[in-house]
Design a protein around this ligand. Structure first.
Ligand code: NAD
Ligand code: ZN
Length: 251
């Protein structure tokens, strides 16, 4: 395990060579990559809303019990996310996508910031907070069709409208999941960035990649469940480490 010291900013040259020579790269991002844009992570500071933990709000049960409360929380998050912009970490991943022949970005984030930054090949595991649909007839709604606030919106058919995100306890979109596992198994290098690696099945992706022979690189200011399995643990904020890394690679 290699710990990058932020003070001297020196990367392992073996790592840089391996990154320059790789052809197939897969990346998993979590809430941490958007933290520097001002989107709170779930488990970090600012993750709580009123007195609630996200796990108490981001479930079908919570929405069934109190749709107004859950919609109010999403309205707050939608407004917050609409005001923020991608940070240097998101932008560095766009550069990496251009550099590699085969590059896949798997994200657990629902904030659309990778797309806004310019990444193309994105697999959204948990959906998008920008989209919504009716619980009864599945009709899609944009935020601009709806009223954000403390009262849930109803569809023309009378059904309640929910955000198009995957809630705790719900299954992930199957095609997206399968494609993510396939890329994890095929890649030579796998990055796990800004994720606490505790939300399954996404947390299995880096483990699976490593098992299949990939070099596993983790970028996070804090150690996670994954850190002891990583070949390189680059400790720090992704908005700083990723731009340094691509500069070092000569991109
Ligand atoms: P998490 O909140 O469990 O963990 C965030 C991780 O990011 C932590 O390990 C933390 O140390 C790290 N981190 C904090 N600042 C960082 C930085 N500047 N650079 C790099 N890493 C940093 O988030 P998770 O693992 O993504 O899981 C939570 C679930 O919540 C996900 O499924 C995701 O869908 C959802 N979520 C999404 C958003 C978003 O879309 N931006 C925000 C919050 C939660
Ligand atoms: Zn409907």
């Amino acid at each position: 395990m290699i710990i990058l010291s932020r003070e001297d900013g020196i990367f392992d040259q073996g790592l840089i060579e391996a990154l320059k020579n790789a052809k197939k790269v897969a990346v998993l991002t979590g809430a941490g990559i958007s933290a520097e844009s001002g989107v709170p992570t779930f488990r970090g500071e600012g993750g709580m809303w009123k007195q609630y933990r996200p796990e108490e709000l981001a479930t079908f049960e919570a929405f069934s019990r109190d749709p107004n409360l859950v919609w109010e929380w999403y309205s707050w998050r939608k407004k917050l996310i609409a005001e923020v912009s991608p940070n240097p970490g998101h932008h560095a991943l766009v550069q990496l996508e251009k550099y590699y022949q085969d590059f896949t970005l798997v994200t657990q984030n629902v904030d659309n910031l990778h797309r806004e930054a310019g990444s193309n090949n994105i697999l959204e595991l948990h959906g998008s907070i920008r989209r919504n649909f009716c619980l009864d007839c599945a009709k899609n709604y944009e935020d601009s069709d709806l009223t954000l606030g403390s009262e849930v919106n109803s569809c023309d058919c009378g059904g309640l409208i929910r955000p198009a995100v995957v809630w705790f306890g719900e299954s992930l979109p199957q095609g997206v999941m399968e494609a993510s596992f396939q890329k994890a198994e095929e890649c030579e290098v796998f990055f796990s960035i800004g994720t606490s690696a505790v939300v399954y099945p996404a947390a299995m992706l880096p483990v699976q990649a490593k098992r299949a022979g990939a070099l596993l690189i983790e970028i996070n200011p804090q150690e996670t469940m994954l850190t002891t399995s990583a070949d390189h643990f680059l400790q720090g904020a992704s908005g700083e480490i990723l731009p340094e890394l691509i500069r070092e690679m000569g991109i």
